[in-house]
Ligand binder design. Structure first.
Ligand code: FES
Ligand code: FE2
Length: 381
């Protein structure tokens, strides 16, 4: 039997010459448009939380890539999404970013009225129009589905099931009972960087000692391990240092741990980028999400939310400042280097640079991006 070597071999995970991508992947509006069309336009993308449309008629609106979409819940309790466009003369139906419908959607212009499944149920003065049938003019639907309290949308006609896209994540994160958690705080950041730079920054912590000394004091930047890149997500975990209970200003945890977590998972933070636009960060006592909304090749709106167990939110004097302010500082440090990366990559002097072995997920993500563009170009040829 071969004797196991006790000498650590050098990590050999990167192909020779592995380098970052050419600038055009971060700056070219044509490639950016292809990503909106071929990735965001075809995959299930994260839109919000189930609690934002928890009752029949409660709704929220998302405007993205020329779409204006209302997400609500029907009387049977199923999440529904529609283009926010009246079938009469096109008027926007829901005018605010969120609200409560009284059981139907009524156009503010001529009062065409739709039920919560999108059926046209009232169309004043149309009875006298020959051949007009209400059944021919439902709201245009958008596929909507939920995973553990997260609402996803899909703009294709016949998408694969959401859970097929999420794969093993559905089982992997069941213990966090994300559907039970409720929003404690939301901060939207406008980042002058390509959305892929935000994802790449999220998936490596080599920058942590330099950029995030406070984070590195709580969780060593080389702790934990990554999963290999999967078809629709990538991520890994990092370990809390001894004596640290969560990621907060001082590492103490003023909240109870989430119920259902194993002793191991109470010592870890999981960071998963779920393509194309959800960054899911699971802490022992709270969930942080970033939802990315690419606006231009060099601009991404990034909505960060902190979600807590309802028993903590209900506690008198609940104050999430310890973790919100810690992450807000860390977020801003990250967005600053993302913006500096964007600026440098956009410079005419930029040439692709070599990756370290600790940047294996980034290199794998680059291959995902390059493969996508090759397949997209082939389909267009
Ligand atoms: S445009 Fe909506 S009812 Fe006329
Ligand atoms: Fe960072």
């Amino acid at each position: 039997m071969e004797q196991e070597s006790v000498v650590a071999k050098p990590r050999d995970v990167m192909p020779e010459g592995a380098k970052t991508l050419p600038a055009r992947y971060y700056t070219d509006p044509v490639l950016f448009a292809a990503e909106l069309d071929g990735l965001f336009g075809r995959m299930w993308f994260h839109a919000g939380r189930s609690e934002e449309a928890s009752r029949p008629g409660q709704y929220f609106v998302r405007e993205f890539n020329g779409h204006d979409i209302v997400v609500t819940r029907n009387s049977a309790g199923a999440v529904r999404a529609f283009h926010n466009v009246c079938r009469h003369r096109g008027t926007r139906l829901c005018t605010g970013p969120s609200g409560q419908l009284s059981g139907s959607l009524q156009c503010p212009y001529h009062a065409w009225t739709y039920d919560l499944d999108g059926r046209l149920i009232g169309a004043p003065h149309m009875d006298e129009v020959p051949h007009f049938r209400k059944a021919d003019y439902p709201l245009l639907p958008v596929h909507a589905d939920e995973w553990d309290g997260h609402v996803f949308l899909n703009l294709t006609d016949t998408p694969e099931p959401l859970h097929a896209q999420l794969g093993a994540l559905v089982e992997k994160f069941r213990d966090w009972r994300m559907q039970d958690l409720r929003l404690g705080r939301r901060i939207a950041y406008d980042v002058k960087a390509n959305w892929k730079l935000v994802i790449q920054n999220y998936n490596e912590c080599l920058h942590c000692p330099n950029l995030h000394p406070a984070l590195n004091r709580l969780s060593h930047y080389l702790s934990g391990e990554n999963e290999p890149l999967r078809a629709t997500y990538m991520g890994g975990r990092m370990d809390l240092r001894p004596g640290v209970d969560t990621l907060s200003w001082d590492g103490t945890c003023p909240r109870a741990f989430l119920p259902g977590l194993s002793a191991e998972d109470r010592r870890r933070v999981y960071y998963y980028a779920i393509f194309p636009n959800l960054l899911l960060s699971l802490h022992p006592d709270y969930m942080m999400t970033h939802t990315l909304w690419p606006i231009a090749a060099d601009r991404t709106v990034n909505v960060c939310e902190w979600h807590f167990h309802p028993s903590e939110l209900a506690r008198g004097g609940f104050d999430p400042a310890d973790c919100v302010e810690f992450w807000d500082m860390t977020n801003r440090q990250d967005w600053q280097v993302c913006e500096l990366s964007q600026a440098g990559i956009a410079s005419r002097a930029y040439v692709p640079g070599p990756y370290s072995n600790r940047e294996d997920l980034l290199y794998a993500f680059d291959r995902f991006v390059v493969d996508f563009h090759e397949r997209y170009a082939e389909r267009r040829a």
